[in-house]
Design a protein around this ligand. Structure first.
Ligand code: NAP
Length: 315
């Protein structure tokens, strides 16, 4: 079934927490993968899923940092993965495929925001490469190990409002803008879920994209203090704005996307505040039409397959 991009009326909202959306859900015996599952809302997602009984595989580009962050959280396994390096993605997937295990939940939470111009691989823009192409390659490589009926959750952002896919210059060869680059990468995260859902539906594999809300995490590591103040994110004393969610509430929408029976039979839509979002043309809520356009999604899939050299699903 193709889901329409309209609110369901889930009964949850902006302040709902990951623990609240999991109330009554038993994930015993469930194997989940959470990229970025050792920091920010990814860490809270790991904590929530394990509390409900799941075992969580956490790929980390900094193993020691992940070991420290996950210390005391049972039922987690750490392995190495750098999403900006295709060989690392391939090696991680090969190690997992060799175990013969199946993933019931995949939450693509890792990301980088508004970094200075950085080139990775064959000169790719780093936000597009890390946030989108790395996850594209990861899910494609892991496809044989993603169980029928699984959910794949693409953590996007309302930052997708900043930019559609720049078809003429996706790698910013003609001038870099860190926020347009973040916007394009987050639009790519949404379009990825749209096309993945169309391809996976026959196996009952459903995909969702989402905006988690604004949460003070390490994601802001590239933003100077003056810019944080100018944006109104912190005051001159460093106190975060009241608009920020707690990490527990910030993780709620992706945990809801991964586990809620309210989404059974749905997929290919963009979520916010633990509900399906509406399509909007301005403001910073809802989803822009270009980010859920099936033709744009198919075109991005083709480009991503060409760039990464992997397409396990549409062939
Ligand atoms: N926080 C917000 O307000 C907000 C708002 C909208 C959307 N989001 C989205 O939410 C997601 C999680 O963000 P967060 O706030 O939890 O940020 P965070 O605390 O910075 O966590 C991001 C995670 O991604 C990992 N990562 C970055 N580059 C990687 C790479 N090349 N390979 C593997 N892992 C990599 C980081 O690992 P290292 O620590 O080792 O670098 C970290 O574990 C992101 O996709 C972000 O765009 C967040």
């Amino acid at each position: 079934m193709t889901t329409t991009q309209h609110k369901l009326g889930s009964g949850f909202g902006a302040t709902s927490t990951a623990a609240e959306v999991l109330d009554g859900i038993d994930l015993t015996g469930t194997l989940a993968l959470v990229t970025g599952g050792y920091s920010g809302i990814g860490l809270e997602t790991t904590r929530a899923l394990t509390s409900a009984g799941a075992h969580v595989l956490v790929p980390a580009r900094r193993r020691a940092t992940a070991e420290e962050a996950l210390d005391g959280i049972p039922d987690t396994t750490i392995d190495e993965l750098d999403l900006a390096v295709l060989g690392s993605v391939r090696a991680f997937a090969d190690r997992f495929l060799a175990t013969g295990r199946r993933l019931a939940l995949v939450v693509d939470s890792a990301g980088v925001m508004a970094c200075p111009e950085t080139r990775v691989g064959p000169g790719w823009e780093a936000q597009f490469a890390t946030n989108h192409l790395g996850h594209f390659a990861l899910v494609n490589h892991l496809w044989p190990a993603i169980a029928d009926g699984a959910r794949v959750v693409s953590v996007a952002s309302n930052g997708h409002h900043f930019s559609p896919i720049r078809w003429a210059d996706p790698h910013f060869r003609t001038g870099y803008d860190k926020w347009l680059a973040y916007g394009q990468a987050k639009t790519a995260n949404v379009l990825f879920a749209v096309h993945l859902d169309a391809l996976g539906r026959d196996r009952g594999i459903r995909a969702f994209a989402l905006h988690p809300g604004a949460i003070m995490t390490n994601l802001g590591r590239h933003i100077a203090r003056e810019e944080l103040i100018a944006q109104g994110w912190i005051d001159e004393h460093g106190t975060p704005s009241d608009l920020f969610k707690t990490p527990e509430a910030g993780a709620a929408t992706q945990v809801w996307a991964a586990t809620s029976p309210q989404l059974d039979g749905h997929g290919g839509v963009y979520l916010e505040n633990c509900d399906i979002a509406e399509v909007t043309t301005d403001g910073d809520t809802g989803v822009r039409a270009y980010a859920i356009d099936p033709a744009e999604a198919a075109r991005l899939w083709t480009l991503s397959a060409e760039l990464t050299g992997v397409d396990a699903i549409s062939r």
